[in-house]
Design a protein around this ligand. Structure first.
Ligand SMILES: Nc1ncnc2c1ncn2[C@@H]1O[C@H](COP(=O)(O)OP(=O)(O)O)[C@@H](O)[C@H]1O
Ligand SMILES: [Mg+2]
Length: 331
């Protein structure tokens, strides 16, 4: 939790409206993202949580306009960044945003780095591309970026290749690549999944420091509600391609509204238990090729009523930016 609940009065940086991203397959349409709405304010850290396969990564890739082509397509919605709809600009303008104003740190650092180029070359790439800096000036910025993520002896490290770095150090390099151009928004898709607990804690502290210093907004995708509590001002709970609840972090832990949110919080392991890779709740997440009619959670919901099986619940606004989609809250 960064400076508690001060972010809700800040200007909106990112406004995602009714975003839909579908995979068109021979067997049918897979609705990976099916009407997602959320905002990120300046300097705010927003969590995106939910079971595996709920559409978190596809939401992030949609914001970056990097959905896998031609299998997936953004079919509807707006992604307003400082008021500019990123879905209506052409690819060359989007390339300007990507890397300079919006950066993404991926789930898997192995795939975000090229094994045949030195670490220095790779961190330099976005700097050359977006800041149009070259030579000594660019190298200075590379060294600064590596220092910012606390990589020791960056002057020596820049000449090395990714395989000469440990997993934790590689993840820092990927963060340095993203942060080198001081983006306004960092999209972090489970960046700590492959790190052990101690290294993870260091990495989180690092991102928080950088964020505090530069006022960077962050979207945190994570399975780990502990990370959310530590890092986020706001949480968006995603289920079957939609955000079913959005609330300030203190509020959601104290008073979750959606039965799915409650189930997630109940599934948090007790202190000292082994960290599970993902939380588990009863039943299976739906197949996104055939999402149940009504509320997609009803087959697993202990409180399901008749209306839940036929109609998707509208957003019930709960003050500030908070909302929930649940017939129980509508009542
Ligand atoms: N390249 C792909 N081809 C087909 N389906 C995909 C692909 N990538 C993701 N999906 C499907 O899209 C849905 C959402 O995936 P994803 O956004 O990766 O989920 P999450 O990040 O929440 O685990 C899942 O049902 C997944 O199977
Ligand atoms: Mg994912």
């Amino acid at each position: 939790m960064t400076e508690m609940s001060t972010t809700k009065d800040r200007p909106i940086l990112l406004d995602v409206k009714d975003l839909k991203t579908y995979f068109f397959q021979r067997r049918g349409v897979l609705k990976a993202v099916d009407g997602v709405n959320f905002t990120v304010r300046a300097g705010e850290s927003v969590g995106l949580v939910g079971e595996s396969g709920s559409g978190k990564s596809m939401t992030c890739l949609s914001i970056m306009r990097l959905v896998p082509k031609p299998a997936a397509r953004i079919v509807e919605g707006q992604i307003l960044f400082n008021g500019q709809d990123l879905l209506s600009i052409d690819e060359s303008d989007m390339r300007e945003y990507r890397g300079s104003k919006i950066a993404m740190v991926m789930q898997d650092p192995q795939t975000s780095m090229n094994p045949v180029f030195t670490v220095g070359n790779q961190v330099e790439e976005p700097i050359k591309l977006h800041l149009k800096e070259r030579g000594a000036q660019a190298m200075q910025r590379v060294l600064d970026a590596l220092r910012a993520v606390r990589i020791p002896s960056p002057e020596d490290r820049v000449k090395q290749y990714p395989h000469q770095f440990s997993g934790g150090m590689r993840q820092r390099v990927v963060a340095a690549m993203g942060l080198a151009t001081s983006p306004e928004l960092l999209v972090a898709d489970e960046p700590t999944t492959s790190l052990d607990v101690t290294i993870q804690a260091q990495f989180l502290g690092l991102i928080r420091d950088i964020q505090k210093e530069h006022g960077t907004s962050v979207i945190w995708v994570t399975h780990d509600l502990g990370i959310v509590a530590q890092m986020c001002d706001r949480v968006n709970v995603m289920y079957a391609g939609r955000i079913v609840e959005s609330a300030e972090v203190q509020k959601i832990y104290k008073d979750p509204q959606h039965p799915y949110t409650k189930a997630l919080l109940d599934s948090v392991p007790v202190m000292g238990a082994r960290r599970p890779r993902l939380y588990q709740i009863d039943g299976q997440p739906p197949d996104l090729r055939s999402i149940p009619t009504g509320c997609s959670f009803w087959p697993r919901c202990p409180a399901a009523m008749d209306i839940c099986k036929t109609e998707y619940p509208p957003a019930t606004h709960l003050g500030g930016d908070d909302f929930v989609h649940c017939w129980l809250a509508e009542k």
